[in-house]
Ligand binder design. Structure first.
Ligand code: NAP
Length: 279
């Protein structure tokens, strides 16, 4: 019998995961179907119970349920617990177990595009302190020698994020204005806010005018493919990356966890580009 996988969120109509997943199943001979489920927040518990009852073997979790889903899962992996956010759930021996691969997928995508095996002593600017930033920051704290400045509109949230990585020795919280004025100091700038996302494509959390030679700017937004900050960074001579590879890697990782089968994420990226081009 075909397996059923899915994604829960609200809104969920514009998710590209059903396209990526169902295409990957067809291309890789996986007998499964992937469905997007729009869920009202007050129905979350019933929805999780219902998915288990009908045999959904794995699902992705997106806004606004990444933290809210945790009480309704049977187990949560320690990293997802620490981040207080789950983005992939797997059915294991009768239990729904929650994981978080946002940070891991972002790091893999970054290192691949930078042509590096690891981070070393880079000076990093993390713009934003929301859910995605939390996961990325947690992943960055494994590199004790990097320097991380977290800049966010709401400084309290950036301070709370810094506490997440208490053992990381070189993290500072700064304002967006300070980040803009110190931009030439950074080797890597990571844009994790929702500023610049379609349809507000002319907005940017900081104006890029003066980057360090060789700087790398990573924006996790994938629609548009080139946000304002990436456009300014490219024009300033920086290497840039959008969020498509991170999204494709997340979907590939989910399939690997659920089915044990490795699928090609570059193919997913091509489908993403085509889908976004046609919207
Ligand atoms: P979130 O938890 O809602 O966090 C939003 C962040 O943006 C916060 O830091 C918030 O600052 C900041 N922000 C929003 N509007 C702002 C404004 N007008 N001025 C200044 N700061 C503003 O969202 P999230 O889940 O982290 O997602 C953030 C973005 O990442 C979204 O565009 C999402 O699509 C993208 N994303 C991409 C992937 C991928 O696979 N490529 C994965 C996850 C997320 P405050 O704290 O001050 O509110």
């Amino acid at each position: 019998m075909s397996e059923l996988f899915g994604i829960i969120g609200n809104p969920i109509e514009h998710s590209l995961s059903p396209l990526l997943q169902n295409e990957a199943y067809t291309l890789n001979g996986i007998d499964a179907h992937f469905q997007a489920f729009h869920i009202a927040p007050e129905d979350l518990e019933k929805a999780i119970q219902g998915m288990k009852a009908i045999g959904v073997k794995g699902f992705m979790v997106t806004v606004p349920f990444k933290a809210a889903v945790i009480p309704y899962l049977d187990e949560v992996d320690p990293i997802a617990k620490q981040k207080n956010a789950v983005n992939i759930v797997q059915y294991i021996d009768g239990k729904y177990v929650g994981f978080n691969f946002d940070g891991e997928a972002w790091l893999k995508a970054l290192l691949e595009d930078m042509g590096q095996k690891s981070l070393r002593t880079e000076k990093i600017l993390l713009l934003g302190a929301g859910g995605a930033a939390q996961s990325i920051y947690h992943t960055l704290t494994q590199f004790a020698e990097v320097h991380i400045d977290i800049a966010n509109r709401t400084l309290d949230k950036a301070e709370a994020l810094k506490k997440l990585g208490d053992s990381h020795p070189h993290t500072h919280v700064i304002s967006l204005e300070e980040a803009e004025s110190k931009q030439e100091q950074y080797d890597i700038i990571i844009q994790t806010t929702s500023i610049g996302m379609w349809p507000n494509i002319e907005e940017s959390p900081i104006q890029i005018t003066n980057l360090k030679t060789g700087a790398f700017v990573s924006d996790i937004i994938y629609n548009p493919a080139e946000t304002k900050i990436l456009e300014q960074a490219r024009k300033s001579g920086a290497r840039t990356q959008n969020g498509m590879k991170m999204l494709a890697m997340q979907n590939a990782l989910a399939i690997e966890r659920w089915t044990g089968q490795k699928v090609s994420y570059p193919k997913m990226m091509m489908s993403l580009k085509e889908a976004l081009h046609s919207t």
